[in-house]
Every structure is written in structure tokens, then in C-alpha cells.
Design a binder for this molecule. Structure first.
Ligand SMILES: Cc1cc2nc3c(=O)[nH]c(=O)nc-3n(C[C@H](O)[C@H](O)[C@H](O)COP(=O)(O)O)c2cc1C
Length: 167
């Protein structure tokens, strides 16, 4: 296999950008920008997210058995960049972002246009990112929007010519 072709072709997959959050109720609160996300079932409503197996986020999510996926709006590029680094909880904010606690205990970012909360139903432990399967148990849509829901959110291609996660 040609490694450059592999990289270029895998980078043809389009992605949205989300903030994954989790709270294990033992003092560990995680928040990370992720893109490897998709819905995989209508009934029950399931989503999957691939989470870096050696990250703090993964440890917290595994202990919590719940997580939230916070959607980002087109004008939330700075939030995406803020959560590429390990999250910092201070002054009641998560890396400077106001949040409230969701039904599952996961932080819901106040500035996110929408969020879903999930219960972890299984984890596929393969590769350097493990696939976390979550059943959607709560949805937050606080701000009305016009047009297609998927036209409102931040995508990988909005982050500039040199930002990729994949390949
Ligand atoms: C563009 C981009 C996309 C990312 N997507 C993912 C992802 O899908 N899954 C993941 O686990 N990490 C992803 N990351 C890495 C996390 O954002 C990063 O490892 C995490 O915020 C670090 O915090 P932690 O080690 O405390 O968990 C991505 C990073 C970048 C730059």
C-alpha cells in the first residue's frame, strides 16, 4: 500500500467537530474535541465515537459509563482549538467555557447549539482508538436555528487547510 495514497484517501472522509464530555463523579471531568463520530442505529438511537485509548478522556469516560457530545456552531472554531488540549476545570468553567450538568452527569456546554447525552452500551477495543457505543438518552436543543441541522455545525474543513485527524 502506498502510504501517501492511504493518507490522502482516508482524509477524503468528511467529519463534523464535537466536544466530548464526561464526568466520573470522582473528581475527573473530561472534555476533548473529537471528529470520529457517527449515528449507527435509529432504534435504539445509537452513536459511536472513537476515543484515543491512552487519553485522560478515555479513562474518565470508561469510569463514568456516560458521556455527552456537544455540537459546535460555525462560529465556534476557538472552542474546537481550546479542547485539543487536556481540559482544565476552574472557576466553575471547563477550559473557560460555561457549562451545566446534564441528566447523566456529563457537562453540557452552554454555548453549544445542541448536545446529546449517552449511556455507554459497549466498547470495541481495537486499534489506538477504542470505539465507544452510546445510546442517546437525552437531547438538548436550546437555541432555534434555520435550515438543515447539519448545515449549522462546525466541520473539519472549516478549521483550515492544515487541520486533519485521520489518514
Ligand atoms: C482535529 C482533531 C480531531 C480530533 N479527533 C479526535 C477523536 O475523534 N477522538 C479522540 O480521542 N481524540 C481526538 N483528538 C484528540 C483530542 O482532541 C485530544 O487528545 C484531547 O483533547 C487531549 O486531552 P486528554 O488527553 O486529556 O484526553 C482530535 C484532535 C484534533 C486536533
Amino acid at each position: 500500500m502506498n502510504p501517501d495514497s492511504k493518507k490522502a484517501v482516508l482524509r477524503m472522509i468528511p467529519y463534523g467537530i464535537y466536544i466530548l464530555t464526561a464526568d466520573d463523579a470522582k473528581g475527573n471531568v473530561a472534555a476533548a474535541t473529537v471528529n470520529w463520530v457517527t449515528q449507527t442505529s435509529f432504534v435504539p438511537p445509537l452513536v459511536v465515537v472513537a476515543v484515543k485509548a491512552d487519553s485522560g478522556t478515555y479513562q474518565t469516560l470508561k469510569a463514568a459509563r456516560t458521556f455527552a457530545l456537544n455540537m459546535l456552531g460555525k462560529d465556534h472554531k476557538s472552542l474546537a482549538f481550546a479542547f485539543f488540549r487536556p481540559a482544565d476545570l476552574s472557576d466553575g468553567k471547563l477550559s473557560g467555557q460555561p457549562y451545566r450538568t446534564g441528566a447523566t452527569g456529563a457537562p453540557i456546554l452552554v454555548n453549544a447549539p445542541g448536545a446529546v447525552e449517552c449511556r455507554v452500551t459497549s466498547i470495541v477495543e481495537q486499534g489506538d482508538h477504542h470505539i465507544v457505543v452510546g445510546e442517546v438518552v437525552e437531547a438538548h436543543l436550546d437555541k432555534p436555528f434555520n435550515g438543515r441541522p447539519d448545515a449549522a455545525i462546525l466541520e473539519m474543513k472549516d478549521l483550515g487547510d492544515n487541520v486533519f485527524y485521520g489518514g
